[in-house]
Ligand binder design. Sequence first.
Ligand SMILES: Cc1cc2nc3c(=O)[nH]c(=O)nc-3n(C[C@H](O)[C@H](O)[C@H](O)COP(=O)(O)O)c2cc1C
Length: 188
Amino acid sequence: MGSPRRQSNTEVLLDKALEGAREAGAEVEKVLVSKLKISPCLEIYACLKDGNCAIKDDMQSLYKKLLEADHIIFASPIFFYSITSQAKAIIDRCQALWVRKHVLGMGGEDKRVRRGVFISIGATRGEKLFDGAMLTVKYFFDAIGVKYSGDLLVRGIDNKGQIEEYPAALEDTFRLGQELVRGSRDGQ
Ligand SMILES: Cc1cc2nc3c(=O)[nH]c(=O)nc-3n(C[C@H](O)[C@H](O)[C@H](O)COP(=O)(O)O)c2cc1C
């Protein structure tokens, strides 16, 4: 959950998706990135040695969760046509996992098909509102060995809790969570 505010529009959507995932049989865990202490990537490149990041903070336990999860829901509102800086810090720190895969050739033994979906929301309605964020999340999923399998993108929502007035979006996100677990979004 990449929004810094609690009970945010993003969190309401994410909770519905997690409800759907649970309903489809998954055990779920929600990570609130704003509660974690995560440094931005410092470009030390210690990860080139063995794929491990030298910065010892909350990211160390998050690496484990990101690699263990069968599926991932990444949720962030749009901040300046991208994801929030809290969410981006996590992605940048996954450079260590990108290095494992693309430089060190590690991770080939994991044969699971891991799927990921992206939930996002923004205040305006422009056609390109989610383009930047979607590209970032797609390449993040690729770095951690997750297949981009769908998204739920909602325009025109600004005030805290406003998303509650859009039951269709809440139903769509519940279904997204269900389909993520069932694999029926796999073809996207
Ligand atoms: C720093 C900041 C930057 C934002 N940038 C954009 C933007 O580029 N485009 C947009 O449509 N909305 C933008 N918004 C509005 C949020 O996307 C919108 O309020 C959203 O509903 C917040 O989601 P949340 O309640 O999950 O935090 C911005 C809001 C903030 C605080």
